[in-house]
Design a protein around this ligand. Structure first.
Ligand code: ADP
Ligand code: MG
Length: 311
């Protein structure tokens, strides 16, 4: 069964076409990633789906029900984690979860039980009686997730839940999403971090300027750009060198450095390896390891749009 079916969806803000004729289907049991840079239209798409914004054209079905007519019914089985944290700062963690869960009709002992379960799930059970106001950004994010899952939705929609939080909370969230999915929840996850999409998602839709420009499993997306090859060189830290010189080698599209690792995107047909090795020798940089890899999502985005994902 399709959990979500979107057809030719359009959402405009004055002249801006934030969602531009997007069609997509999400199947039961998937973690579907919507990957795209800031301003791509991810939140707008999500907000239309959840009934928070009115669309201009097209249709959205969730659980085979049209959002135009059955939003109340759909919401019963929907969990939403919005991009902006929505909590009551002067309520405790437990009171926040209880409040949101009660909106879905949970009552009495079931409410109590599901609230505790949700807090346990996001690792906040030991902080249940603390005010939300006292929480770190990462804890607030996790609490926000607890509020969205306590009623055990069939579909959970998360909008960039790891932006601006500490690595520990981030890992906790990523693992919780995986666990939720393993327990049977279908997930829609928006992000501009390709590593997250790669780690989490069974299928990924790449969105740019409101358009869904590519879609598939990681492997299927890689197959779209078979003309690219990534060369990863490990060297030692501590020496400075000019990456521009590397970018000027014939066949090199882009070069980036992260700690002691240099990541070089090249055209497959132009064999740039020899020149790359010579660059390292010339700069007296030891090559501790060199590997060739197929395209990653960053390269795929670059190849499809001519831009970097995080510009
Ligand atoms: P993303 O979530 O991918 O970062 P958004 O959906 O927030 O992107 O934004 C998509 C586009 O729509 C952007 O150009 C943004 O400026 C515009 N936009 C979003 N919300 C509004 C709004 N309420 N009014 C006007 N323009 C908006
Ligand atoms: Mg957004």
């Amino acid at each position: 069964m399709n959990i979500v079916k979107i057809e030719k969806l359009v959402k405009r803000f004055d002249e801006t076409v934030a969602v531009d004729r997007v069609s997509l289907e999400i199947r039961e049991g998937e973690i579907y990633g919507l990957l795209g840079p800031n301003g791509a239209g991810k939140s707008t798409l999500i907000n239309v789906m959840c009934g928070l914004l009115k669309k201009n054209e097209g249709s959205v079905h969730i659980f085979d029900k049209n959002i135009d007519f059955s939003m109340m019914e759909i919401k019963q089985d929907l969990g939403i984690v919005p991009q902006e944290i929505a909590l009551y700062e002067d309520l405790t963690a437990k009171e926040n979860v209880k409040f949101f869960a009660s909106l879905y009709g949970l009552k009495g002992s079931v409410l109590k039980e599901k609230t505790a379960e949700a807090l346990e799930f996001v690792g906040l059970i030991d902080h249940a009686n603390k005010l939300a106001r006292t929480f770190s950004g990462g804890m607030k994010r996790r609490l926000n997730i607890a509020c969205a899952i306590a009623h055990q939705p069939k579909l959970i929609i998360m909008d960039e839940p790891t932006v601006g939080i500490d690595p520990q909370s981030r890992n906790h969230i990523l693992n919780s999403v995986k666990k939720l999915n393993q327990l049977g929840t279908t997930v829609i996850y928006t992000t501009h971090y390709m590593e997250e999409a790669e780690f989490l998602c069974s299928r990924i839709g790449i969105i740019d300027y409101g358009k869904l420009i590519a879609e598939g499993t990681n492997q299927e997306l890689q197959n779209l750009v078979t003309d690219r090859k990534t060369i990863v060189v490990k060297t030692s830290i501590g020496k400075t060198y000019d990456l521009r010189e590397l970018s000027e080698i014939k066949g090199v599209l882009d070069a980036n450095v992260k700690d002691s690792t240099v990541i070089i995107e090249t055209l497959r047909e132009t064999d740039a390896v020899g020149d790359i090795v010579r660059f390292f020798e010339k700069n007296e940089l030891p090559i501790l390891d060199i590997q060739m890899k197929n395209a990653n999502l960053e390269t795929i985005f670059l190849s499809l749009t001519g831009r970097k994902l995080r510009q």
